[in-house]
Design a protein around this ligand. Structure first.
Ligand code: NCD
Length: 297
């Protein structure tokens, strides 16, 4: 499948070969790039809060000579007057060459892609998927280890509502033989995803924070905003905290898509294991590569 015009909605749509190609192009971008997107416009339409994803997409576009229009919340747009997502997409596709969208509704990115004649990139649709985060997570892992194959990786935290965990677990299942999934019982990986992963990779699902033997500890935030019941959240918050003492014993690296709340103590930041800020920086070359691929091929 060609890249020009391609939507990026779910990591499921990408084969191992596709993922490898994105990582290769990202690495090239890291070394050298030109203004390949001069004259192109990106619509960044964000219906949910974002810091890294939106700003790294904007930076990526600017680095390649392109422009960005968009909004950071539905406040101030016609969505407040009752305009539908489909109508909003029909407008911005006439103003730009690519859409990157974050929306609280699962499936909204797919709907936008079906409506739009220009490529749509999913920057997070509810608890469902966050494919470009996975590309940058894999890029960061590869940058640190020179490979992804055979590494021992553990995903920790809210695996039920965390879209980064869903996408990453599916992406990793193309590379690793086993995957450790650590979550409280009530926040375990949705069965439809673990079933899909376990056809390729052995799963070790557990509730205790067992980090021994891991090359990558991928921490995630308990997704407060997704809980139907705030009391349920209160019961679970703070369940796993990576302290400096714990982190110092890790033989590999600590990653986190960020934002963190209390799951990684700030004292961990100064340890050599802490790679989450470097991980966020990987968003730039990876999103430059993705934007160029879907707009230019
Ligand atoms: C994540 C998200 O929005 O899903 N953030 C990000 O894009 N880096 C993780 C989170 O909000 O916990």
């Amino acid at each position: 499948m060609g890249w020009k015009g391609r939507d990026i909605i779910s990591i499921r749509e990408f084969s191992r070969k596709d993922i490898d190609e994105v990582l290769k192009r990202s690495s090239k971008m890291d070394k050298k790039h030109n203004k390949s997107l001069v004259g192109k416009k990106l619509s960044a339409i964000f219906f949910e809060p974002s810091t890294r994803t939106r700003l790294s997409f904007e930076t990526a576009m600017h680095n390649l000579g392109g422009e960005v229009i968009g909004f950071n919340e539905s406040k101030g747009t016609s969505v407040e007057k009752g305009e539908s997502l489909v109508d909003t997409v029909k407008i911005v596709e006439r103003y730009s060459d690519c859409i990157v969208m974050r929306n609280p509704l699962e499936g909204s990115a797919r709907l936008a892609a079906e409506t739009s004649s220009i490529p749509v990139i999913n920057a997070g649709d509810g608890s469902n998927q966050h494919p470009t985060q996975t590309f940058l997570d894999l890029y960061c892992i590869k940058k640190n280890f020179g490979k992804i194959e055979g590494l021992k990786i553990g995903l920790v935290g809210d695996l039920k509502y965390g879209r980064t965990a869903h996408s990453l677990a599916l992406g990793l299942s193309h590379y690793v033989d086993s995957l450790r999934l650590i979550s409280p019982q009530n926040l375990s990986m949705p069965p439809h995803i673990s079933k899909e992963i376990s056809s390729r990779t052995k799963l070790d699902e557990r509730t205790d924070l067992k980090l021994e033997g891991l090359d990558v500890v991928y921490m995630t935030r308990i997704q407060k905003e997704r809980f139907p019941d705030v009391e349920e959240y209160e019961k679970t918050k703070g369940v796993y905290v990576l302290t400096k003492e714990r982190a110092a014993k890790i033989n590999g690296i600590v990653m986190h898509p960020l934002p963190r709340v209390d799951e990684i103590s700030p004292e961990v930041d100064s340890l050599k294991q802490a790679k989450y800020f470097e991980q966020a920086a990987c968003g730039i070359p990876v999103r430059m590569a993705i934007l160029e691929m879907v707009m230019k091929g």
